[in-house]
Design a protein around this ligand. Structure first.
Ligand code: ATP
Ligand code: MG
Length: 308
């Protein structure tokens, strides 16, 4: 089974209007609300791929209730622990005239210590040998940046594989515990290695160095340029697909989802990456936080080129 964890979910509220005028009353054309947060996005994409996952995490208040209802409607299994306060709402304002995208993100309520402990016990009551555990995204400010590290250690002890998609301190700490796969984008890799990366050769060299920390697979995502994959046995590159870009939100999450889904189905890493690149490109073709559709992903898979 695949488990995703979302410690800091959000209701993504997208407001589409013709022309955003600051310091004026603006009229919205379309308003939509979606359950969001990296782990939840991963579960949504796995669903679009006709796969199964269980979304775990922490929710609070009415907005938390809305997230769980949406997951029910989508047929995604979930188990969220109740926190105090409200799950945050992130507002995305789309100005159609100027093609601007303005985000206003709430910080999210602090997580009570007992809530976090209950979630940890819940995760490890589910996760067993052979499972995949996706740890993705930020955590509220009162949670230790070493939380993923601790959970990676526990997952390794039971023989589950962790897919880690985090940045800064959480990535740095997490790596020390030896996750199965990490998917930094080029900026996250630069921060992690504390240096500018000008060439692909440099990115590969740094990734090979990181493999020494017992990571099996490193996927460096490069936005529209695609990705590079480095393991102890192989290195390959997949070019990004040329698609009509509507919103790049959720591209990384879609790649993580497709990779996890494919690896859980025991296909080769190359085949998993083909799905990852197709799924992320399909998401880029969708507005806002909407994940790419299965039919689009299947069609895009045919267009992919793997290079060494
Ligand atoms: N403009 C684009 N055109 C085509 N494919 C894209 C584009 N942007 C991203 N992708 C695909 O999505 C993958 C992940 O994108 P990116 O490297 O931007 O991840 P990220 O920065 O982690 O994203 P996120 O903001 O979701 O965390 C890329 O490797 C590529 O396959
Ligand atoms: Mg990312």
């Amino acid at each position: 089974m695949i488990y995703t964890v979302t410690l800091n979910p959000a209701v993504d509220k997208t407001i589409i209007l013709d022309n955003l005028v600051i310091d004026h009353v603006n009229r919205a054309q379309i308003v939509r609300e979606d359950a969001g947060g990296k782990g939840i996005n991963v579960s949504k994409m796995i669903k679009n791929l006709k796969g199964e996952s269980i979304a775990l995490g922490i929710c609070a208040g009415k907005t938390g209730g809305f997230i769980q209802e949406q997951l029910d409607e989508m047929g995604i299994k979930h188990h969220f622990i109740q926190n105090v306060g409200q799950t945050r709402t992130n507002i995305k304002i789309v100005d159609q005239l100027h093609k601007t995208y303005t985000d206003i993100n709430e910080v999210g309520s602090p997580i009570l210590e007992e809530v976090l402990n209950t979630l940890e016990e819940l995760i490890f009551s589910y996760v067993a040998k052979g499972d995949f555990l996706v740890l993705a995204g930020s955590v509220p400010s009162n949670v230790s940046q070493a939380i993923y590290k601790k959970w990676i250690q526990r997952a390794n002890q039971v023989g589950a594989k962790v897919i880690l998609d985090a940045d800064r301190e959480m990535l740095k700490e997490g790596i020390e515990a030896g996750p199965y796969l990490i998917k930094p984008n080029i900026h996250e890799l630069e921060e992690l290695c504390d240096q500018k990366i000008e060439t692909i050769e440099k990115a590969i060299e740094l990734a090979k160095d990181l493999l020494k920390d017992k990571i099996e697979v490193i996927v460096i995502s490069r936005g529209e340029k695609g990705c590079v994959v480095v393991t102890a046995h192989e290195t390959f590159m997949i070019e990004g697909l040329k698609v009509l870009v509507k919103s790049t939100v959720g591209a990384g999450d879609s790649m993580v989802a497709a990779l996890t889904y494919a690896l859980n189905n025991k296909v080769s890493l190359k085949e998993a990456m083909v799905l990852g690149v197709a799924a992320s490109a399909a998401t880029v073709m969708q507005e806002g936080t909407i994940m790419g559709e299965w039919e689009t992903i299947e069609a895009l898979k045919q267009k992919i080129n793997i290079t060494i």
